[in-house]
Design a protein around this ligand. Structure first.
Ligand SMILES: Nc1ncnc2c1ncn2[C@@H]1O[C@H](COP(=O)(O)OP(=O)(O)OP(=O)(O)O)[C@@H](O)[C@H]1O
Length: 739
């Protein structure tokens, strides 16, 4: 049975600002009781009435669990003084509060609201301050009632504050009439939360708003799966399952959204398809901008020949016909795509192209989609390569509490360069491609390099594949595997896997092995032995440089379980290593970790051997890997050393950006290379275990690949050509522009 308590809030003992969970002490009938609950916006000194029940906490004893709570406007002078002096109103301390209440007595609150100028009669309060007190008082009141209102719908803390900041007093109408707007306007609220609110407000399941919101939500969800659009029938099916309403109602709202231009309904020559508008225009613009860049340049081929001869003499490498063709196409065209598998000479060709343009005195920019890929490009070319985000000068826009990102380089402030070379193009998704092309003006030569057979980008689209398949632009396919590369079974096998040919797994190779095991515990133990004892000597690297790549996150051989096992074996607890618990695991000094989201604000620092700061910068990117150097339990910080000795401090509240990285998913490893790769392959979803995934994993290794598990599964993967197909129309959009 629910009980009621009421009294003054003596002290806020603890408050979690994210979710509003609060512990406070309340003076109730001259005794002090501890209340707990989601009591956002309740300040010290307030008089509250709450209902709930007494519970017994094993450590803190009896507490009142407050399920709902109401602020009572103080009615007597004493309570008003307590509230005003609590720090709730900036600029009023205890002394001033006492003076105000002495002057106005029980009418204090009425004066503040109805006649605030009179506050200036109190010594120490100017007219301006009087109005400021009034403003804060009203704001607090509005905000508090908003919080109370939202709490009914289980929205608390920062999210509630965000909603109030976005809508102000309109919030009440919006929530009562169309809470689905929240899903559109407020980051952090999705369809599910909005639908939950709608149900509580009593909105009908067949409401137009509900169906519209669900359609937009399903399209965003499809983008998250890598699709750019959904076929109309598939969208309707998904909507029917989500909403449990009839098809006619869904079709009506599709038309309504189409008229409002929130979605685009078109067809792909076979069936009707639906885009969220932004993705439709992105795809169309990417196609158009690619055509715009695709102009011809006159170039004296005799001069090119002479330049190439000179470069070949200088570097001692004679380019083969395909590579020479790539250099020629690069100088003669505004847009060129170079694609090829491992060891087919892409880097050598890029270097040739750079040298030719350099001899011309042209400006060249190099970039890649991830930090690691950019670093590799810098290492292999000898020129600075940036991430595409950094090159486009990503910057943060802050509006009130909301922040979004934008690129400083765009159509009105394009990149100032004659040549732009992008490596690892298979990882570029549609929105990044769109941002990139907007910043490239006609007259800049754009050269896109990548291996079209790698896994597609994490984000939506099949950009590189679609551009190549359109056959509208110059594409040079490098197919020859060079001699050094042909000595490597990693490269030979990668090409076989890609072609669907079975590979020889008799362990006679120098760099490609399969250790047959059929039990996940045994596989884990074998991998630990390899990483700890066998492989470091074999590939002349440290245990930490050897990477376990696995297809899945979950399961016995998924990232989560493997990381725990590998951590215990490679960096066990030790009295001289500090630890910090997080979610469901532990970070320990010496652990191998990975940043799991792009954080453009996070600062880094490089220190000299004397500990002096010699370089600073910002930005740590999804996929950057490093080692935990220090955990400071006192300042609640953890320091990670990334590539190039960049030191980054994480506050404990930022630890959700880090994960252990002894094992990572094959998807996450795209664009990275490791001296040796260990692949546990036993069993898993047939759709995921495909040729593409195995190819990507194998091509991450420089000196050695060891597969531990089932040879049958490896064979199955090579035979399994079924990629998870993506709905994308870039290829057709490119072609249609020509007609
Ligand atoms: N024309 C050439 N003559 C001789 N050797 C070459 C030639 N082109 C490339 N190579 C050699 O072949 C190997 C692979 O070349 P390169 O690194 O350029 O290929 P890649 O496609 O960039 O490979 P990956 O994708 O694996 O990095 C290198 O050892 C390189 O020196």
């Amino acid at each position: 049975m629910s009980e009621i308590v009421e009294g003054f809030v003596e002290k806020i003992v603890f408050r979690n600002e994210d979710n509003g969970y609060t512990i406070l002490s309340l003076m109730y009938d001259e005794t002090e009781i501890t209340c707990v609950g989601y009591l956002t916006m309740i300040d010290e000194g307030e008089y509250i009435q709450g209902s709930g029940s007494y519970i017994h906490h094993p450590v803190y004893g009896e507490q009142f669990l407050m399920e709902s709570c109401e602020i009572k406007e103080p009615e007597d002078a004493y309570s008003m003084e307590l509230y005003l002096g609590s720090g709730a109103i900036k600029g009023i301390g205890k002394t001033l509060a006492a003076r105000i209440v002495k002057k106005f007595g029980d009418s204090t609150f009425r004066i503040i609201v109805e006649d605030p100028e009179r506050l200036a009669e109190v010594k120490g309060i100017s007219r301006r301050m009087a109005m400021e007190i009034y403003r804060q008082f009203e704001d607090k009141r509005d905000m508090r009632s908003a919080m109370m209102f939202l709490q009914k719908y289980n929205i608390t803390g920062n999210l509630a504050a965000k909603i109030f900041q976005e809508y102000g007093q309109r919030m009440y109408d919006i929530i009562r009439e169309n809470p689905y707007r929240l899903a559109e306007d407020i980051s952090g609220i999705g369809f599910k939360t909005a639908d939950d609110i709608a149900r509580k407000v009593g909105i009908e399941p067949s409401s137009d708003y509900r169906i519209k919101a669900a359609i937009l939500y399903l399209l965003i969800q499809a983008n998250g799966e890598g699709h750019v659009y959904l076929p109309e029938n598939e969208l309707i099916e998904r909507a029917k399952n989500l909403l449990m309403v009839d098809e006619e109602a869904i079709r009506r709202q599709i038309s309504a959204l189409n008229i409002k231009k929130k979605i685009v309904v078109t067809d792909n020559n076979e069936e009707s398809i639906i885009y969220a508008s932004v993705f439709y225009y992105m795809e169309l613009n990417v196609a158009r901008m690619l055509h715009d860049l695709n102009i011809k340049y006159d170039y004296n081929l005799e001069i090119l020949k002479a330049r190439l001869n000179h470069i070949e003499n200088e570097t001692g490498t004679t380019l083969d016909e395909q590579q020479k063709m790539a250099v020629k196409e690069a100088v003669c065209n505004g847009l060129l795509i170079i694609t090829g598998g491992p060891g087919t000479g892409k880097t050598t060709t890029i270097n040739g192209i750079i040298k030719v343009f350099e001899a011309e005195g042209l400006d060249i920019l190099l970039a890649a989609p991830t930090g690691r890929a950019a670093k590799r490009m810098s290492d292999t070319t000898g020129y600075e390569a940036k991430t595409i985000h950094r090159m486009l000068e990503l910057s943060k826009l802050t509006q009130g509490d909301q922040s979004s990102f934008t690129f400083e380089r765009n159509e009105s402030n394009p990149l100032e360069t004659d040549v732009l070379i992008i490596d690892e193009m298979s990882m570029v998704d549609l929105s990044l491609m769109h941002a990139l092309l907007k910043a490239v003006s006609v007259g800049t030569r754009l050269i896109l390099v990548g291996d079209v057979n790698q896994l597609p980008s994490v984000g939506p689209g099949n950009v590189l594949k679609d551009i190549i398949n359109s056959h509208c632009f110059n594409v040079v396919m490098l197919t020859k595997i060079f001699r050094q590369a042909a000595d490597s079974d990693i490269i030979v096998n990668a090409h076989k896997i890609n072609a669907g040919e079975q590979i020889c797994l008799d362990n006679k190779s120098k760099d490609f092995f399969l250790l047959k095991r059929d039990n996940s515990d045994v596989i884990t133990a074998v991998m630990i032995n390899l990483i700890k004892n066998k492989l470091p000597k074999y590939v002349q690297a440290t245990s930490f440089d050897i990477q376990v790549l696995t297809p899945m996150r979950k399961g016995e051989l998924g990232v989560e379980k493997l990381n725990k096992a590998l951590q215990a074996a490679l960096n066990p607890p030790s009295h001289d290593k500090k630890e910090k618990e997080y979610h469901n695991g532990i970070f320990r000094e010496g652990d191998k970790v990975m940043q799991v989201k792009n954080n453009y604000q996070l600062g880094w620092e490089i220190k000299s051997s004397y500990g002096l700061s010699i370089q600073t910068g910002t930005g740590v990117f999804n996929g950057d890997a490093g080692i935990i150097k220090e955990i400071n339990l006192f300042s609640e910080q953890l320091t990670v050393e990334f590539d190039d000795n960049r030191l980054v401090n994480y506050s404990f509240s930022q630890l959700d950006e880090l994960e252990l990285a002894y094992a990572v998913t094959i998807h996450k490893s795209q664009g990275s290379e490791y001296p040796a790769v260990v692949l546990p392959i036993l069993d898993g979803p047939r759709l995921l275990f495909n040729r593409n995934l195995l190819y990507t994993a194998v091509t991450r290794a420089k000196s050695c690949v060891v597969i531990v598990g089932s040879d049958k599964m490896v064979k199955f993967m090579i035979d399994n050509k079924n990629e998870q197909s993506r709905y994308s129309r870039l290829c057709d959009q490119i072609k249609e522009i020509l007609y």
